[in-house]
Design a protein around this ligand. Structure first.
Ligand code: NAP
Length: 325
């Protein structure tokens, strides 16, 4: 059991704490906000013992073992490094950093300090992905040829995702899921070909990309903030394919369609964030107990590979994040 501190009490933090409290023996003991009022409101609503009015006080709290970083993307690097330098393990919301360089920096800091740093890419830790991994590892689908994955969601322009100063656009909030799936199932990236469409004068709104893998497989990934899309995924190989119905990145069912033979169905109710965010917290606690600096399920190399592919796609589309990144 670890004692958790929450850094950045926003939308996802509320659901993360709810999931951890409902489904695990982990303890959320403190929250830190830039405003003491917001920290106190969040703490009161979720029965958290301590509310700090600044992030420095949270990372310095001696009763906190691990800090969950749930600030906007642009703040992940600073939050993670501050917590690691204060001697705390970290679980960072996706994306781990704005780019591969930032991800490597966080990983290196954790390694140097002998502390854990993980990315809360919750999908990867869901039980259905453990089942899926066993199917892929068994070789039952044959060599993988094609991965197809989509994540599109309509947002109104007042949402954080429309703010270029917070690295808005679909890539880091939504696109990270299909791209991470493509690399997980298709393997090492050989090259990317991407095209995009703007949301307005200053922000990308939509990306479609083909990822070529060194294995010979190809992935097709789409992401947009301009409309709700089906949010389905599939992984196809010579001997069969897996279909993940919407919303594929949540808890839920999937089916295997062998080329010769009857379909197999993984039966699981579709769940929301509060039904699934805790698995990454439990993985972090196991990793810490085992003395590891990274997750065995979602290691630093996977995190860096996904961000490297996103860097390559952004370079093709001329998408820059704050600070010229
Ligand atoms: N795993 C998932 O399914 C999932 C879903 C949604 C989001 N996320 C990730 O979680 C992160 C946060 O997303 P969110 O939707 O929870 O955001 P949010 O609701 O805007 O919350 C972010 C929090 O960060 C703090 N913050 C620090 N610096 C800030 C700044 N410059 N501008 C605005 N807020 C700032 C704010 O808290 P104080 O001001 O009180 O300190 C705010 O409450 C993102 O990186 C996103 O990718 C993950």
């Amino acid at each position: 059991m670890l004692r958790w501190g929450i850094l950045g009490p926003g939308w996802i933090a509320q659901r993360f704490v709810g999931a951890v409290q409902a489904h695990t023996g982990q303890q959320v003991v403190a929250v830190g906000s830039r405003s003491v009022d917001r920290a106190e409101r969040f703490a009161a609503g979720l029965a958290i013992g301590r509310a700090h009015g600044c992030y420095n006080a949270l990372v310095a709290d001696p009763d906190v073992d691990i800090v969950y970083i749930s600030t906007p993307h642009t703040e992940h690097l600073r939050g993670a490094l501050d917590a690691l330098h204060a001697g705390k393990h970290v679980l960072v919301e996706k994306p781990f950093g704005l780019n591969a360089t930032q991800a490597r920096e966080i990983a290196a800091a954790a390694n140097a300090a002998g502390l854990f740093a993980g990315e809360a890419m919750w999908t990867r830790f869901l039980p259905k992905f453990d089942v899926l991994k066993q199917i892929l590892d068994s070789g039952g689908l044959g060599p993988i040829t094609t991965v197809s994955a989509d994540h599109g969601e309509y947002f109104t322009t007042d949402h954080r995702i429309y703010d270029p100063t917070l690295a808005g656009g679909p890539m880091l909030d939504l696109g990270t899921y299909p791209i991470a799936l493509a690399i997980w199932a298709g393997g090492e990236v050989d090259g990317v070909s991407a095209t995009g469409r703007p949301a307005n004068d200053e922000l990308n709104g939509q990306i479609s990309a083909i990822i070529d893998h060194t294995s010979g497989a190809q992935s097709v990934v789409t992401t947009t903030i301009l409309s709700n899309t089906p949010v389905v995924a599939s992984i196809s190989g010579r001997d069969g394919f897996v279909h993940l119905p919407a919303p594929w990145y949540h808890p839920g069912p999937f089916s295997v369609f062998p080329r010769d033979g009857e379909p197999l169905h993984h039966v699981e109710p579709i769940g929301g964030h509060v039904d699934g965010l805790h698995f990454s917290a439990v993985d972090a606690a196991r990793s810490v107990a085992d003395g590891r600096s990274e997750s065995a399920v979602h290691p630093h190399a996977d995190i860096v590979a996904t961000l490297s592919a996103m860097d390559a796609i952004r370079a093709q589309l001329g998408i820059e994040f704050p600070g010229g990144l």
